[in-house]
Design a protein around this ligand. Structure first.
Ligand SMILES: NC(=O)c1ccc[n+]([C@@H]2O[C@H](COP(=O)([O-])OP(=O)(O)OC[C@H]3O[C@@H](n4cnc5c(N)ncnc54)[C@H](O)[C@@H]3O)[C@@H](O)[C@H]2O)c1
Length: 376
């Protein structure tokens, strides 16, 4: 937790887990824990802007009510659904709202929603008066285990996704697993791709839990999903605490993302991010296998685990030139050299730079061969 004097409320008597991100802040995980939000704000805060999307109105109202009950002046901003929220127009509208309501340095923003809302609201908080406090209340699995943790914020521009943004650590994160009950199953599975990624790069127990019962892994009321969420948050928290600005260690979180981002671009962002990362992990595993780094049994384990929770593991054939162009443009490649996170085993990531063309082709052939895959 932060070291400044006091908070607005006190922790509730629930069974929530608090996962520290270094000594910067905690990620609280549990059921029915929305009333934990006021306790994460610093003492002295007067105004709070609650940013949310239409799909999570009930949860945003609950959070707003809890804040008002602590005597705070609550302002509400409903932003458009999904990626349309992450635009300069919406950002300017929120800045105006903060200005008209007289938000000062000691006031705060609370984001309730998926990764699009936490990215947008986080950037509003990062940029208003050069930075005010933000608390994230992620309501998708992807946002709980990924977007809301780590301090990356941003919006899209007509030229591309996430091109404008900044690092701005939240003051705290509250993951209320109860909110996942209304999340469509396809979005739940997409979030699980990021959880499984945590299993392959750092925590094999995640893979064992999914393998033991894929159904339990998708049950938002059960103990298994909760353990998976907590484990994946710990993986991310440990990495970002050690490496707050994206550089070498943090790079391992991009496992599956080089090919995954290319799929997203080629599909004009009609694929869910988690679905693209799922195929991207299989590609990365095939690539590592072709390069002689990874055993085939681990490649097949990727396919089994991801398929068991309904995630795609193959992609249409005939798209290699487009994918290669997209990968070369990826902001994480340096110059003309393609860079991948690869595994030498489960929990053992390494970097693969400038892989041979024949390895890349072999990996693509393996994810596309005879499958002609489309989004599930
Ligand atoms: N900052 C980071 O480190 C980081 C990491 C990963 C992804 N991201 C960003 O996150 C975004 C994707 O996040 P996402 O997958 O959460 O998408 P999203 O925010 O678009 O949410 C997906 C859909 O689910 C709806 N929804 C959200 N919570 C719900 C609930 N509890 N019940 C019913 N519906 C609900 C949303 O309204 C939306 O339609 C992308 O913009 C991506 O760039 C950021």
């Amino acid at each position: 937790m932060s070291d400044d004097a006091g908070t607005v409320g006190t922790p509730g008597p629930d069974d929530a887990t608090a996962i520290p991100v270094g000594d910067a802040y905690d990620v609280v995980v549990g059921h029915d824990v929305l009333d934990r939000v006021p306790g994460l704000l610093r003492a002295g805060v007067l105004r709070v802007l609650v940013v949310s999307s239409p799909a999570v109105e009930t949860y945003a109202s609950g959070v707003a009510g809890a804040l008002a009950a602590h005597g705070l002046q609550v302002h509400r901003a409903e932003v458009p659904d999904a990626e349309t929220a992450k635009s300069a127009d919406v950002l300017v509208r929120l800045w105006s709202q903060l200005g008209q309501a007289g938000f000062t340095r000691s006031d705060a923003v609370v984001c309730v929603g998926g990764g699009t809302v936490t990215d947008l609201g986080g950037f509003v908080a990062a940029s208003w008066l050069r930075g005010v406090d933000v608390v994230h209340v992620p309501t998708t699995l992807l946002a709980m285990v990924d977007a809301a943790v780590g301090g990356k914020t941003g919006i899209n521009t007509p030229e591309g996704k996430n091109l404008v943004g900044s690092f701005h650590e939240p003051r705290g994160v509250v993951c209320d697993l109860t909110t996942l009950a209304t999340l469509p199953r396809a979005h739940l599975a997409a979030g699980l791709a990021e959880v499984v990624k945590g299993g392959f790069i750092a925590d094999p127990r995640i893979l064992e839990l999914v393998e033991a019962s894929p159904e339990a892994a998708l049950d938002v009321h059960g103990a298994v999903l909760r353990e998976l969420v907590e484990r994946k948050i710990r993986v991310k928290a440990d990495v970002v605490a050690a490496d707050l600005r994206e550089s070498s260690l943090r790079e391992i979180l991009n496992y599956g993302h080089t090919f995954g981002h290319a799929v997203e671009q080629v599909e004009s962002y009609r694929w869910r991010h988690g679905d693209a990362v799922s195929v991207g992990m299989v590609f990365a595993a095939e690539l590592a296998c072709a390069a002689g780094l990874l055993d085939r049994s681990v490649v097949e384990r990727h396919r089994r685990v991801l398929t068991s929770v309904g995630l795609p593991t193959s992609y249409a054939d005939g798209r290699w030139p487009d994918l290669l162009t997209a990968m070369s443009r990826d902001k994480k490649s340096r110059g003309a050299t393609l860079r991948f996170v690869a595994l030498t085993g489960v929990g053992s990531p390494t970097r693969l730079e400038g892989p041979r063309e024949e390895w890349l082709r072999a990996a693509y052939d393996a994810v596309s061969a005879g499958r002609g895959a489309t989004r599930p």
